[in-house]
Design a protein around this ligand. Structure first.
Ligand code: CUA
Length: 155
């Protein structure tokens, strides 16, 4: 098969760039030891149901008036399935998974996390509007992925 000289240069250039980009990703991940965004805590994913505070997921009020919300994301549900939060509450979410990677996205907010087994991910949000917020899994996690959601009521 005859390939034009310029065509061959471009193909060589294209494959070379592909190798450079993939190599950069590999180098960044392994040589730099990049991990999922967390930095908070690690947890044994086989013992989530027995590890406080994830043995009793839910909302806790702190002495300074803010809240902490503990969630377990597993195929194919969030625990707790509904949570009621007072209007204006500052809530720090903590979420982990005992099985596979899930997503944790609260619609109409900027709470958007990846839930990785073995890690506790966390993000804080202030709820300044009343209403029902949908919490959805936005990482494909299996055949029941589309049914994985929960609700947060802000009253
Ligand atoms: Cu859990 Cu998708």
């Amino acid at each position: 098969m005859h390939v034009n000289k310029y065509e061959r240069w471009w193909m060589t250039f294209g494959f070379a760039m592909l190798a450079v980009f993939l190599g950069t990703i590999g180098f960044a991940a392994f040589a730099d030891n990049i991990n999922p965004p967390s930095g908070l805590a690690q947890i044994d994913p086989t013992k989530v149901a027995k590890t406080p505070p994830f043995d009793r997921p839910g909302l806790r009020r702190l002495s300074d008036g803010s809240y902490e919300a503990y969630y377990v994301a597993e195929v194919f549900e969030f625990t707790p399935t509904t949570m009621t939060v007072p209007m204006g509450a500052k809530v720090t979410f903590f979420v982990t998974s005992p099985d596979v990677v899930h997503g944790f996205y609260i619609a109409k907010t900027d709470v958007n996390m990846m839930v990785v087994p073995g890690w506790v991910n966390t993000q804080t949000h202030v709820f300044n509007r009343r209403g029902t917020y949908l919490l959805i899994c936005h990482e494909y996690c299996g055949i029941g992925h589309q049914d994985m959601f929960a609700k947060i009521e802000v009253r």
